[in-house]
Design a protein around this ligand. Structure first.
Ligand SMILES: C[S@@+](CC[C@H](N)C(=O)[O-])C[C@H]1O[C@@H](n2cnc3c(N)ncnc32)[C@H](O)[C@@H]1O
Length: 211
Protein backbone atom coordinates (compact mmCIF):
# COMPACT_ATOMS: atom_id res chain seq x y z
CA UNK A 1 0.00 0.00 0.00
CA UNK A 2 1.57 3.31 -1.00
CA UNK A 3 1.28 6.55 0.98
CA UNK A 4 -1.61 7.86 -1.10
CA UNK A 5 -3.66 4.69 -0.55
CA UNK A 6 -2.77 4.67 3.14
CA UNK A 7 -3.98 8.24 3.55
CA UNK A 8 -7.20 7.38 1.73
CA UNK A 9 -7.85 4.53 4.20
CA UNK A 10 -7.23 6.99 7.06
CA UNK A 11 -9.73 9.41 5.51
CA UNK A 12 -12.37 6.68 5.32
CA UNK A 13 -11.62 5.69 8.92
CA UNK A 14 -12.05 9.26 10.21
CA UNK A 15 -15.16 9.88 8.07
CA UNK A 16 -16.72 6.97 9.97
CA UNK A 17 -15.46 8.16 13.39
CA UNK A 18 -16.95 11.66 13.17
CA UNK A 19 -20.05 10.94 15.26
CA UNK A 20 -19.02 10.47 18.90
CA UNK A 21 -15.40 11.58 18.30
CA UNK A 22 -15.51 14.28 20.97
CA UNK A 23 -17.05 11.94 23.57
CA UNK A 24 -13.89 9.83 23.39
CA UNK A 25 -11.28 12.54 22.85
CA UNK A 26 -12.42 15.10 25.44
CA UNK A 27 -10.56 12.87 27.91
CA UNK A 28 -7.28 14.01 26.31
CA UNK A 29 -7.80 17.76 26.63
CA UNK A 30 -4.80 18.21 28.92
CA UNK A 31 -2.45 17.04 26.18
CA UNK A 32 -4.28 19.08 23.52
CA UNK A 33 -4.07 22.20 25.73
CA UNK A 34 -0.28 21.74 25.98
CA UNK A 35 0.03 22.87 22.34
CA UNK A 36 -1.36 26.29 23.20
CA UNK A 37 0.62 26.57 26.45
CA UNK A 38 3.98 26.58 24.64
CA UNK A 39 3.08 29.15 21.97
CA UNK A 40 4.63 32.60 22.34
CA UNK A 41 2.55 35.66 23.26
CA UNK A 42 1.27 37.45 20.18
CA UNK A 43 0.64 34.31 18.12
CA UNK A 44 -1.96 35.35 15.57
CA UNK A 45 -1.86 33.05 12.52
CA UNK A 46 -1.95 29.30 13.15
CA UNK A 47 -2.37 26.19 11.00
CA UNK A 48 -3.61 22.96 12.61
CA UNK A 49 -2.45 19.82 10.77
CA UNK A 50 -5.16 17.18 11.12
CA UNK A 51 -7.52 19.51 13.00
CA UNK A 52 -10.38 16.98 13.13
CA UNK A 53 -13.23 18.36 15.23
CA UNK A 54 -10.91 21.12 16.49
CA UNK A 55 -10.75 20.19 20.20
CA UNK A 56 -7.20 21.60 20.54
CA UNK A 57 -8.44 24.87 19.05
CA UNK A 58 -10.73 25.55 22.05
CA UNK A 59 -7.83 26.48 24.40
CA UNK A 60 -6.06 28.20 21.50
CA UNK A 61 -8.96 30.62 21.00
CA UNK A 62 -9.32 31.09 24.77
CA UNK A 63 -5.71 32.30 24.99
CA UNK A 64 -5.60 34.15 21.63
CA UNK A 65 -9.18 35.40 21.06
CA UNK A 66 -8.36 37.05 17.69
CA UNK A 67 -6.28 34.21 16.28
CA UNK A 68 -6.80 33.32 12.61
CA UNK A 69 -6.81 29.56 12.10
CA UNK A 70 -6.30 27.33 9.07
CA UNK A 71 -7.62 23.82 9.64
CA UNK A 72 -6.00 21.20 7.38
CA UNK A 73 -7.66 17.78 7.27
CA UNK A 74 -8.33 15.01 4.77
CA UNK A 75 -11.82 14.26 6.18
CA UNK A 76 -14.44 16.81 5.25
CA UNK A 77 -16.90 14.93 7.48
CA UNK A 78 -14.89 15.38 10.69
CA UNK A 79 -14.40 19.08 9.93
CA UNK A 80 -18.21 19.40 10.02
CA UNK A 81 -18.07 19.43 13.84
CA UNK A 82 -15.42 22.17 13.81
CA UNK A 83 -17.62 24.26 11.51
CA UNK A 84 -20.26 24.38 14.29
CA UNK A 85 -17.93 25.70 17.00
CA UNK A 86 -18.47 29.27 18.29
CA UNK A 87 -15.17 30.43 16.74
CA UNK A 88 -15.90 28.91 13.30
CA UNK A 89 -15.78 32.32 11.59
CA UNK A 90 -12.07 32.54 12.51
CA UNK A 91 -11.27 29.32 10.64
CA UNK A 92 -10.46 28.65 7.00
CA UNK A 93 -10.13 25.11 5.67
CA UNK A 94 -7.62 23.20 3.58
CA UNK A 95 -9.34 19.92 2.78
CA UNK A 96 -7.25 17.06 1.45
CA UNK A 97 -4.17 14.96 2.09
CA UNK A 98 -1.59 17.18 3.73
CA UNK A 99 1.12 15.68 1.52
CA UNK A 100 -0.70 17.24 -1.45
CA UNK A 101 -2.54 20.37 -0.29
CA UNK A 102 -1.22 23.92 -0.28
CA UNK A 103 -0.99 25.25 3.30
CA UNK A 104 -0.24 28.87 2.48
CA UNK A 105 2.64 30.79 4.08
CA UNK A 106 3.75 33.09 6.88
CA UNK A 107 2.16 31.20 9.78
CA UNK A 108 3.32 32.11 13.28
CA UNK A 109 2.74 28.54 14.36
CA UNK A 110 1.81 25.16 12.95
CA UNK A 111 0.27 22.82 15.53
CA UNK A 112 -0.78 19.18 15.38
CA UNK A 113 -1.96 16.50 17.74
CA UNK A 114 -2.68 12.81 17.28
CA UNK A 115 -2.43 13.12 13.49
CA UNK A 116 1.14 12.41 12.41
CA UNK A 117 1.95 8.95 13.82
CA UNK A 118 1.25 7.11 10.57
CA UNK A 119 4.19 8.04 8.39
CA UNK A 120 7.64 6.63 7.63
CA UNK A 121 10.61 8.88 8.50
CA UNK A 122 11.36 9.76 4.85
CA UNK A 123 7.72 10.80 4.27
CA UNK A 124 7.73 12.82 7.49
CA UNK A 125 10.85 14.71 6.40
CA UNK A 126 8.99 15.70 3.22
CA UNK A 127 5.93 16.78 5.22
CA UNK A 128 7.96 18.68 7.82
CA UNK A 129 9.82 20.54 5.04
CA UNK A 130 6.39 21.69 3.83
CA UNK A 131 5.55 22.75 7.38
CA UNK A 132 8.88 24.60 7.59
CA UNK A 133 8.20 26.46 4.33
CA UNK A 134 4.72 27.48 5.50
CA UNK A 135 6.07 29.08 8.70
CA UNK A 136 7.52 32.57 8.83
CA UNK A 137 11.19 32.69 9.96
CA UNK A 138 11.04 32.41 13.74
CA UNK A 139 7.73 30.51 13.51
CA UNK A 140 7.11 27.45 15.66
CA UNK A 141 5.98 23.90 14.96
CA UNK A 142 4.39 22.09 17.92
CA UNK A 143 3.36 18.46 17.66
CA UNK A 144 1.81 16.43 20.50
CA UNK A 145 1.76 12.84 19.36
CA UNK A 146 2.14 9.18 20.03
CA UNK A 147 5.77 8.01 20.29
CA UNK A 148 7.30 4.53 20.01
CA UNK A 149 8.99 3.53 23.32
CA UNK A 150 12.07 2.08 21.56
CA UNK A 151 13.45 1.29 18.07
CA UNK A 152 12.14 -2.31 18.20
CA UNK A 153 8.57 -1.06 18.77
CA UNK A 154 8.97 1.44 15.92
CA UNK A 155 10.16 -1.31 13.54
CA UNK A 156 7.39 -3.67 14.68
CA UNK A 157 4.71 -1.10 13.69
CA UNK A 158 6.07 -0.77 10.15
CA UNK A 159 6.59 -4.54 9.84
CA UNK A 160 2.98 -5.27 10.83
CA UNK A 161 1.73 -2.65 8.41
CA UNK A 162 3.73 -4.13 5.55
CA UNK A 163 2.60 -7.66 6.36
CA UNK A 164 -1.09 -6.83 6.25
CA UNK A 165 -1.90 -3.23 5.37
CA UNK A 166 -5.66 -3.82 5.39
CA UNK A 167 -5.91 -5.52 8.78
CA UNK A 168 -6.40 -2.32 10.71
CA UNK A 169 -6.97 0.87 8.69
CA UNK A 170 -5.82 3.13 11.52
CA UNK A 171 -2.60 1.18 12.11
CA UNK A 172 -0.22 3.25 14.25
CA UNK A 173 3.42 3.54 13.19
CA UNK A 174 4.84 6.10 15.66
CA UNK A 175 8.54 6.99 15.64
CA UNK A 176 10.82 6.98 18.67
CA UNK A 177 11.79 10.30 20.28
CA UNK A 178 15.21 10.06 18.60
CA UNK A 179 13.78 9.36 15.13
CA UNK A 180 11.19 12.14 15.47
CA UNK A 181 13.92 14.64 16.47
CA UNK A 182 16.11 13.54 13.54
CA UNK A 183 13.22 14.07 11.13
CA UNK A 184 12.59 17.57 12.50
CA UNK A 185 16.27 18.48 12.19
CA UNK A 186 16.53 17.02 8.66
CA UNK A 187 13.62 19.26 7.66
CA UNK A 188 15.61 22.29 8.87
CA UNK A 189 14.09 22.87 12.32
CA UNK A 190 15.97 23.69 15.53
CA UNK A 191 14.52 21.70 18.41
CA UNK A 192 13.22 23.68 21.38
CA UNK A 193 11.55 21.13 23.63
CA UNK A 194 10.61 17.46 23.96
CA UNK A 195 8.47 16.64 26.97
CA UNK A 196 6.15 13.83 28.10
CA UNK A 197 2.39 14.40 28.14
CA UNK A 198 -0.32 12.86 30.36
CA UNK A 199 -1.54 10.37 27.69
CA UNK A 200 0.48 7.18 27.65
CA UNK A 201 3.39 7.32 25.16
CA UNK A 202 2.55 10.88 24.12
CA UNK A 203 5.26 13.55 23.83
CA UNK A 204 5.22 17.20 22.90
CA UNK A 205 7.82 18.31 20.36
CA UNK A 206 8.39 21.98 19.67
CA UNK A 207 10.81 23.30 17.10
CA UNK A 208 11.54 26.64 15.47
CA UNK A 209 12.22 27.68 11.90
CA UNK A 210 15.40 29.67 12.54
CA UNK A 211 15.31 33.42 11.72
C1 LIG B 1 -6.97 11.35 15.69
S1 LIG B 1 -7.55 12.66 14.68
C2 LIG B 1 -6.97 14.07 15.61
C3 LIG B 1 -7.91 15.24 15.49
C4 LIG B 1 -7.56 16.40 16.42
N1 LIG B 1 -6.24 16.90 16.09
C5 LIG B 1 -7.60 15.96 17.86
O1 LIG B 1 -6.54 15.80 18.48
O2 LIG B 1 -8.70 15.74 18.40
C6 LIG B 1 -6.43 12.69 13.29
C7 LIG B 1 -6.90 13.66 12.20
O3 LIG B 1 -5.88 13.73 11.20
C8 LIG B 1 -6.49 13.69 9.91
N2 LIG B 1 -5.53 13.12 8.97
C9 LIG B 1 -4.92 11.91 9.04
N3 LIG B 1 -4.11 11.74 7.98
C10 LIG B 1 -4.20 12.86 7.22
C11 LIG B 1 -3.61 13.28 6.00
N4 LIG B 1 -2.75 12.50 5.33
N5 LIG B 1 -3.92 14.50 5.51
C12 LIG B 1 -4.78 15.31 6.18
N6 LIG B 1 -5.39 14.96 7.35
C13 LIG B 1 -5.11 13.75 7.85
C14 LIG B 1 -7.71 12.80 10.11
O4 LIG B 1 -8.71 13.00 9.13
C15 LIG B 1 -8.18 13.19 11.51
O5 LIG B 1 -9.12 14.23 11.51
Amino acid sequence: MDLKERNQTLKEFFDRKTVGYDDVHLAFMESKRALTDVLPDGTSKVLDLGAGTGLELIPLVERFPDVRITAADISEDILGTLKERPFADQVTYVVGDFFETDFGTEFDAMISTSALHHFAPEDKVRLYKKVYDALRPGGIFVNADKTAPDPAAQEEGFRELEEDPHRWPHMDTPLTIGAECTVLEEAGFRLLQVSPLPNANYYLYSAVRPE
